[in-house]
Design a protein around this ligand. Structure first.
Ligand code: CP
Length: 310
């Protein structure tokens, strides 16, 4: 049985194959509408979500399956003190696969140790968000035709942003990747990730504070929101939250074929005028999230397009 806890749990070959399936789904969604008949997905969300939970549910419904779950800690027996281990043992009796979001780093991994069904990490604290990374990779591949030989600008809250951590680890496996890490000093990529994902593999990167000065170098600009819920005090959040606001004026220096990604939700960091720019890819990302999650459910349940075990 396979789980998806960390973005490196799949090889690059497996990711390519999953993205190929996601492309096939995008081209002909109806052809996959019977794949998961009689299968059930549980969504166990201990933290708020719009895209991840609803796209997982949409993915399973599109595959002809069923969904159940909870959308907050308070509406589950976690509010009475139940452990993640006991919850997943119980959910294993009701569902065939589950997606878990939890504020504690490592909670989905802990669940996978006690589970009888595949567990998907749908975001654990400020740690990892591997299915967002699949969404990001699909969007980059469709926009640029490749995942290597790109200069990637990651901008905003690189300290607490779990989507950034997963994307950085994942893209660092492709040839010719170069990162420009754009953040204020306090919100830099954690040292352990710089060492493990970049230094150890000789991946070129620079750290910068001024987005406009590096704009003309970027193939991809990945914007992120400052993660208010991870801050220890409100004053720091208020001071840092509007450090970067992408506007049409700031985009004047950008290449015409650059793509702007954002995992969403957005707060202020991309002005709504940018939405009309053909380089804005963030709502396309949200759409791709359904296709990659359909492909992921099929992969983890070992189901082919015809719904047979493969
Ligand atoms: N990108 C993302 O994880 O969004 P949600 O928090 O709405 O799931």
């Amino acid at each position: 049985m396979r789980h998806l806890i960390d973005p490196l749990d799949f090889t690059t070959q497996e990711i390519n194959s999953l993205l190929d399936t996601a492309d096939e789904i995008a081209a002909d969604r109806k052809a996959f509408s019977q794949v998961c008949q009689s299968k059930t997905l549980a969504t166990l969300f201990y933290e708020p979500s719009t895209r991840t939970r609803l796209s997982f549910e949409s993915a399973m419904l599109n595959l002809g399956g069923r969904v159940l779950g909870f959308a907050s800690q308070d509406s589950s027996s976690a509010a009475k003190g139940e452990s993640v281990a006991d919850t997943i043992r119980t959910v294993s009796c009701y569902a065939d696969i589950c997606a878990m979001r939890h504020p504690k780093e490592g909670a989905p991994f802990q669940a996978s140790r006690y589970s009888r069904i595949p567990v998907i990490n749908a975001g654990d604290g400020g740690h990892q968000h591997p299915t967002q990374t699949l969404t990001d990779l699909m969007t980059i591949r469709r926009r640029r035709g490749r995942l290597g030989n790109l200069t990637i600008g990651l901008c905003g809250d690189l300290k607490f942003g779990r989507t950034v951590h997963s994307l950085l680890k994942s893209l660092a496996r492709y040839e010719g990747i170069r990162f420009i890490l754009i953040s204020p000093e306090e919100l830099r990529v954690p040292e352990y990730l710089i060492e493990e994902a970049l230094w150890a593999k000789g991946i070129p990167f620079v750290e910068a504070e001024d987005m406009e000065r590096v704009m003309d170098q970027l193939d991809i600009l990945y914007m992120t929101r400052v993660q208010r819920e991870r801050f220890f005090n409100e004053e720091d959040y208020v001071r840092l939250k509007d450090t970067y606001i992408l506007t049409p004026e700031k985009l004047r220096a950008a290449r015409p074929d650059m793509s702007i990604l954002h995992p969403l939700p957005r707060v202020n960091e991309i002005s709504i005028e940018v939405d009309e720019d053909p380089r804005a890819a963030y709502f396309e990302q949200a759409q791709n999230g359904v296709y990659v999650r359909m492909a992921l459910i099929m992969m983890l349940l070992g189901l082919s397009r015809e719904g047979a075990k493969c």
